[in-house]
Design a protein around this ligand. Structure first.
Ligand code: ACM
Length: 373
């Protein structure tokens, strides 16, 4: 009798998002987006009848742990695909690991651009998909004097380099630039507000991330500044950070992102409702949840087509693939391994949501090296 060739072993995938430490506030939401998508794929029968099973570690917002766990996943755990990383420093630490071991990292976070790896699929925004539209809006609405405040690592420093360049091209100016440790305390932000007051900018551009985001906005509120006159603008202050600081503290400030919970498409209404049903009514979605969510579905569709986890087989199918994400239809760009994403500007309101004040008519092609600027 011929033995039937069956393989119902699960597809194992690595998941690396911090559940503790200074960026857990946002990384935990990326973990939830990943889990929701994995559960949806499995509820629909898995991929070619085989279940997706996550192998998860908590890198605890520690860059070295990201590299160590990535290596463990790709060697001891025998995994070849990893969904993970929020900070650019963690991605930069994982990059040589996935290149050496020929793994595939799916990175669901906006970042500073100027990077390409054949072993990374970038599903968050590059600067041409958020910063360019944001700077034009801010110059038009508030004025030309920008004060840059960031956490002290590569994403803020590089994003501010780009912001400075965009401002120079548009006759705006940087009137202050200051970096604080990712673990900075509230008192350091309160002190910084004195310099902001003395300098008198029209806009604060914040690249502060994680828990410290709440300290910055609270220090701003305590200093008595008015967001209608001099808002804080950001690419990372999402519904998750707003929830942490409180809607009253965030109200009036501006964020540029491909996605807000308030996007009014049928796909998004359904996504938000499924997310809340799974994780609780008081859990908002955000740009990082959404990217973490749709990238698993893009991966699962490609895997179904090739039935192989080999990155060299999977990757050509991923590139050029499209998906109806909650933000609208997206496409993985063939040239850059980045993603065509929507550009939106939101103003935080009293309900902790973003009122969308501007949005693109279609998904914008990524230009990670700002070649067209
Ligand atoms: C980031 O570090 N890319 C937010």
């Amino acid at each position: 009798m011929v033995k039937r060739a069956t393989n119902d072993e699960p597809w194992r995938v690595g998941v690396l998002f911090s559940q503790t430490g200074v960026t857990a506030v946002i990384e935990e939401t990326q973990l939830r987006g990943t889990i929701l998508a994995i559960e949806e794929v499995n509820a629909a029968g898995g991929v070619n009848g085989r279940e997706l099973v996550p192998v998860m570690y908590d890198p605890a917002s520690n860059v070295r742990s990201f590299a160590r766990y990535a290596d463990r996943l790709l060697t001891e755990d025998g995994v070849s695909t990893i969904f993970g990383c929020y900070t650019s420093s963690s991605r930069k630490a994982v990059l040589p690991v996935v290149e050496r071991r020929n793994g595939l990292l799916w990175y669901p976070t906006l970042y500073e651009g100027f990077e390409y790896s054949p072993n990374i699929i970038y599903t968050g925004a590059a600067p041409n998909q958020n910063s360019v539209e944001l700077v034009d809006f801010l110059l038009e609405s508030y004025g030309s004097r920008f004060y840059l405040i960031g956490s002290d690592y590569i994403y803020p420093r590089e994003s501010n380099r780009i912001m400075r360049e965009l401002l120079r091209q548009r006759r705006g100016e940087v009137v202050g630039e200051h970096y604080l440790d990712l673990r900075a305390r509230p008192s350091e932000f309160r002190l910084l507000m004195r310099d902001v007051r003395n300098t008198g900018p029209d806009v604060i551009f914040s690249t502060v991330v994680g828990q410290a985001t709440a300290y910055l906005y609270q220090a701003y509120a305590d200093a008595g500044f008015d967001s209608r006159v001099m808002p804080i603008a950001s690419l990372t202050t999402s519904e998750a950070e707003v929830k942490l600081m409180g809607a009253d503290v965030a109200c009036g400030h501006i964020t540029a992102a491909p996605y807000f919970e308030s996007v009014r498409t049928a796909d998004n209404l359904s996504f938000v409702s499924r997310y809340k049903k799974r994780f609780g009514d008081d859990e908002p979605t955000n740009l990082c949840v959404e990217a973490a969510y749709f990238q698993v579905h893009v991966f699962a569709k490609a895997l179904a087509e090739v039935n192989s986890m080999d990155p060299d087989v999977l990757r050509p199918i991923v590139l050029g693939s499209e998906f109806d994400a909650p933000q609208g239809r997206i496409m993985i760009d063939t040239e850059s391994s980045h993603t065509n994403l929507w550009t939106r500007l939101g103003r935080a309101n009293a309900a902790g949501q973003f009122e969308i004040v501007k949005e693109s008519l279609w998904a914008v092609k990524p230009d990670p090296y700002l070649v067209s600027h």
